[in-house]
Ligand binder design. Structure first.
Ligand code: IZC
Ligand code: ZN
Length: 422
């Protein structure tokens, strides 16, 4: 006889993209909508989805261990945040006055601040301190309905300190409700010790870091940017990372377009991220390379620069856009994916359905997890976000507050009435 661990009923409206691969262009707007829905879960996996009537009919005779009535609320897949710099020490509010005075992001970095300021704090922190700070951020994210997060290293910039960050991400993945996916980003800045020998640092990454971090990281990312890593250096690092089994990601075209989108295609990168100044040629390269653009509208908002050309990516280049917070202590100090959804609406001009796909299925595919999460379908992991909102459009529209009422992670209720219950 069938045993159902959790039967979720009273779903006013269930909204989800469908499938296992990223939705491109106009298909980003195609959602499955079921009113008066129910979802059945067994061992953390979705075993049935449909109208409440259909599901109850199919479950006749089954043993149902727990029923949860959502009182007519809106349900989507658990949100996925596919670009964060989660593990770090300290913060950078002391640079706010410089920014207000018009000193550009790359100039602050050149003067030894920015990323390098966070590198100093992170090198000086213990694993316990890093863990405590990152855990607080994950707690915030979970309350917002986020069930999977990517975490990049890149504030250590020595083999030992990069491993320290990655070990913290691993420990969080093992102990926190949120799934944490690790990316090695030793190529985030040139450390002070290599200021006069950037190629020497690239060699250190390739020869020493990559083999040692490989067991801790699924992805390798490079900040391809003026004064940071060139397209050629990025290409070398990402090619080498692939030989250690890491998939490629690249920070491309954040401030200047150096050809990172081309590199993404050449190395078979899963994603290219930021893309604030990407032109037609870059978008074509992403299209031809099958690369997912991960857009970060919180960063352009906070840096006071124009947002990424999301409409061109969706309408003209048929790309599968994903969006993320870019949570980090400098260019985007927020854990709030719901604020980012608002910015995606206001600045990227994305439609509510596109925003949902970009923060669920496409974000899951940006982490190579489209077969496991990102939609509410039979066979996928039961990660659900429950919103106190009359409709999907309301979530980005009514901004600056948390609309998440409940969160179900792997079939377990972890947030209820906006509070942690796990
Ligand atoms: O700490 O500034 N862009 N890396 C590349 C960042 C932003 C994070 C930071
Ligand atoms: Zn980033």
């Amino acid at each position: 006889m069938t045993t159902i661990d959790l039967l979720v009923t009273g779903i006013g409206t269930l909204l989800t993209p469908t499938g296992r691969s990223a939705r491109t262009g106009a298909a980003m707007r195609q959602l499955l909508r079921i009113d008066c829905a129910a979802v059945a879960v067994q061992s953390g996996v979705i075993t049935d989805v449909g109208t409440e009537q259909e599901v109850l009919q199919r479950l006749q005779g089954a043993t149902i261990l727990q029923t949860l009535d959502l009182g007519g609320r809106l349900v989507t897949p658990g949100l996925v945040d596919p670009h964060t710099h989660l593990v770090h020490a300290g913060s950078r509010e002391h640079e706010s006055a410089l920014k207000r005075a018009g000193v550009p992001y790359l100039e602050i970095l050149k003067q030894g601040g920015g990323i390098l300021s966070t590198v100093r704090s992170t090198r000086g922190a213990t694993q316990e301190e890093l863990l405590a700070q990152a855990r607080k951020s994950l707690d915030e994210m979970l309350l917002q309905g986020v069930t999977t997060v990517e975490a990049k290293s890149g504030y250590g910039l020595t083999t030992e300190d990069e491993i320290k960050q990655l070990q913290v991400a691993k420990a969080l993945n093992e102990t926190h409700e949120i799934d944490v996916v690790s990316t090695f980003m030793g190529a985030h800045a040139i450390p002070p010790e290599y200021q006069d020998d950037p190629d020497g640092y690239v060699q250190l990454i390739i020869r020493d870091m990559l083999p040692k971090v490989a067991p801790f990281a699924e992805f390798c990312d490079v900040f391809c940017e003026k004064g940071v890593f060139t397209a050629e250096q990025s290409h070398k690092i990402l090619e080498a990372a692939r030989t250690y089994g890491m998939s490629a990601k690249i920070h491309a075209d954040e401030i200047e377009a150096l050809g990172g989108t081309r590199v993404a295609g050449q190395v078979g990168a899963i994603t290219a991220e930021h893309l604030l100044v990407t032109g037609d040629e870059g978008m074509q390269a992403l299209h031809e390379g099958g690369v997912i653009p991960v857009l970060l509208p919180g960063t352009s908002f906070n840096l006071g620069v124009p947002a990424a050309p999301a409409r061109d990516m969706i309408d003209r280049f048929d790309l599968p856009v994903a969006i993320a917070t870019d949570y980090n202590p400098g260019s985007c100090p927020t854990e709030s994916l719901q604020l980012i959804m608002t910015l995606a609406s206001l600045h990227l001009k994305m439609k509510p359905e596109e925003i949902l796909t970009a923060t669920t299925l496409n974000a899951a595919c940006a982490l190579k997890r489209g077969h496991q999460i990102g939609t509410i379908e039979v066979g996928k992991i039961a990660d659900l976000a429950v919103f106190d909102a009359p409709n999907l459009e309301y979530i980005p529209y009514h901004f600056g507050i948390n609309h998440t009422f409940a969160v179900i992670k792997k079939g377990t209720i972890v947030v209820w009435e906006k509070k942690r219950v796990s």
